[in-house]
Ligand binder design. Structure first.
Ligand SMILES: [Ca+2]
Ligand SMILES: [Ca+2]
Ligand SMILES: [Ca+2]
Length: 140
């Protein structure tokens, strides 16, 4: 399940305000306080490593029907969006997975070394529902 790095710190709606995640197997918890809340998390990726990031309900590693409906994006400050996902995780939670020999998201695999950002927001098409979430990140 990785190391708990605590709750988000608002404001975190831009790359400059991003909350840091330190390490290669970590998670933080956040709240989408409104349908325009946007939460950025900063990660450092070593050369050639891949990223797996998944949202869930805050107390567990999965989402159930009726739990938060997230959107998740992997971004850089220079390029912007690299890859985004709505519902590849459990229920309406999100999954970006660049790990493994045949990754679901090749754009998140074998990355150049650098600073990347994970952005968590509401699925714009989703109904309002429980807004608390956790975001799990593995870099390997
Ligand atoms: Ca938030
Ligand atoms: Ca925010
Ligand atoms: Ca979703």
């Amino acid at each position: 399940m990785g190391q708990d790095q605590g709750p988000e710190g608002e404001p975190n709606g831009t790359t400059a305000q991003a909350n840091s995640l330190f390490g290669s197997d970590v998670y933080r918890r956040g709240t989408l306080a409104s349908n325009i809340d946007s939460d950025y998390y900063r990660i450092t990726v070593p050369e050639g490593k891949s990223v797996r990031a998944e949202t869930s309900s805050p107390a567990t590693t999965v989402c159930l029907a009726g739990d938060v409906d997230t959107r998740l994006e992997l971004r850089t400050a220079a390029v912007g969006l690299i890859v985004g996902d709505d519902d590849d995780g459990s229920a309406e939670c999100s999954l970006i997975d660049g790990t493994g020999s045949s990754p679901r998201d090749p754009a998140a695999a074998t990355l150049s070394a650098g600073t990347y950002y994970l952005r968590v927001s509401f699925d714009p098409d989703g109904a309002a529902n429980n807004a608390a979430y956790a975001v799990f990140v593995t870099i390997r």
